[in-house]
Design a protein around this ligand. Structure first.
Ligand code: EPU
Length: 419
């Protein structure tokens, strides 16, 4: 298992570029099944989760050609309705292939999707199934897999009792090729959803309202193959901004869209982290004194759960007490135990809330990265800690951050990847 060895407290300065959004790439790859032909996806991040997604589309019959930051996917010969358990069972977004396969080939058989450890009960897919049922699909469930038959699918009205990013995207892309009108209410509003709809509309889909709580889709007979540009990864940009703030460094984050980070930047204004935001860059300047500030994670445009863990690290450096409330996932604060081992002063009130008292001097330790976002938070903690930190299971970090070590070395970090 590869690991990172990080020697902390090195001065960090310079520019760091953001890659394409993981959480858009993982939806656009399955969305190409909706068309027949060659689609080029540009600004594609070169990360583990994308590899798995491309692996699955090849198993379903597509041909791919990969370049440095792009892939061409030819979906002409997509012909498989059964997802291989070994691959699809390993990653959460394998479920994003179900809707497009259903409307293209009439059925899909797939295992319960795997994924990281942040949600209780194995991260349910009940809302996906409920949505497909609302479209008229028939679902058989065994203890091993799900088998869905399209039958005569039709447009439907569906209200999300829980706001969900991937289910919003899944039902939106599936409805693109379902006859009739679909209205989705209480939808997630993340920028990646709007970007996915923009891409589908540019190929002939009729989607209105993506990025708001109500999305209307008029089903069309087909969409064409073409080109898609992945938007910058706002979570990667936010992670680097939090690294700069926590380490009191001057770092310019390029190729990003600061408008997607308004919740974080409004907090920076309140806690005394100076920054300059342009159309496609964000420059963070060293703070004199970081004030504590409470957060509650929330669906977009609220504070993202995916930035909760690096924000906790920042709060260990603030002067005072902050309350962090995680509202989206049941197990996403458990990683803070690892930060406590590095000498952070953190009390867990219950699985959804921790109190952080700062400022704390952090010290290097041997730790394990439990999931992708806790992983980046531990890297940030290690970079500001005294001494050497060894982070195991960095596979979890590679899932979402392309060549993180190389990019951090370029701004002055002492970080080594040991195979
Ligand atoms: N949920 C259900 N039933 C379902 C689906 C979801 O109850 O069928 C629940 C979840 O258990 C959770 C809540 O709904 O409590 C919200 O989950 P959501 O479905 O929005 O999460 P997701 O779509 O699985 C995406 C991102 C996550 C990000 C969340 C919230 C992708 C691939 N993943 O997950 O990203 O944390 O939205 O913004 O888009 C990450 O990048 O590290 C990551 C976990």
């Amino acid at each position: 298992m590869p690991k990172f060895i990080i020697s902390g407290q090195k001065p960090l300065k310079g520019e760091i570029a953001v890659g394409g959004a993981k959480n858009m790439a993982l939806k656009v790859i399955p969305a190409t099944i909706l068309c027949v032909g060659k689609t080029i996806i540009k600004n594609l991040p070169n990360i583990e989760d994308v590899d798995k997604s491309l692996g699955l589309i090849v198993e379903l019959g597509a041909k791919i050609e990969r370049g440095k930051n792009f892939v061409e996917i030819d979906t002409t010969s997509i012909n498989q309705t059964e997802f291989p358990t070994k691959l699809a069972g390993k990653f959460r977004t394998s479920v994003m292939f179900v809707g497009p396969t259903l409307v293209r080939l009439g059925e899909a058989k797939f295992p319960h999707p795997g994924g990281c450890v942040i949600g209780a009960g194995g991260r349910p897919i009940d809302l996906f199934l409920e949505g497909f049922k609302a479209f008229g699909a028939e679902i058989e469930t065994t203890d091993k897999d799900y088998h869905i038959k399209a039958g005569e699918m039709h447009g439907a009205e569906y209200f999300f009792t829980t706001v969900s990013v991937t289910v919003t995207e899944s039902l939106m892309m599936t409805a693109t090729l379902i006859p009739g009108k679909t209205i989705l209410r209480n939808c997630a509003m993340e920028p990646e959803i709007e970007a996915l709809a923009d891409y589908l509309n540019s190929q002939g889909a009729k989607i209105k309202g993506a990025g708001t709580a109500t999305i209307e889709i008029e089903g069309v007979e087909k969409i064409t193959a073409g080109e898609c540009q992945i938007i910058p990864d706002r979570i990667e940009a936010g992670s680097f901004a939090l690294l700069a703030a926590a380490s009191h460094s001057e770092i310019t984050i390029t190729n990003c869209n600061p408008k997607h980070l308004l919740s974080l930047l409004s907090i920076f204004q309140k806690i005394g982290v100076p920054f300059e935001a342009g159309a496609d860059f964000l420059k963070i300047m060293p703070a004199q004194n970081i004030k504590p500030y409470d957060i509650k994670t929330h669906e977009y445009p609220g504070f993202p759960t995916d930035l909760q863990s690096p924000y906790v690290v920042l709060m260990t450096q603030a002067s005072g007490i902050s309350l962090i409330q995680e509202n989206i996932y049941d197990r996403r604060l458990l990683w803070t135990d690892m930060l406590s081992q590095m000498n952070a002063n953190i009390i867990m009130c219950d699985p959804h809330r921790v109190v952080v008292s700062g400022p704390s001097k952090l010290y290097g330790k041997r730790i394990i990265s439990p999931d992708i976002r806790a992983g980046i938070a531990l890297v940030i903690a290690a970079l500001i800690a005294k001494g050497i930190t060894e982070i195991d299971n960095i596979y979890q970090i590679d899932r979402g951050y392309e060549k993180l070590d190389e990019r951090l070395v370029a701004i002055g970090a002492d970080i080594k990847r040991v195979e």
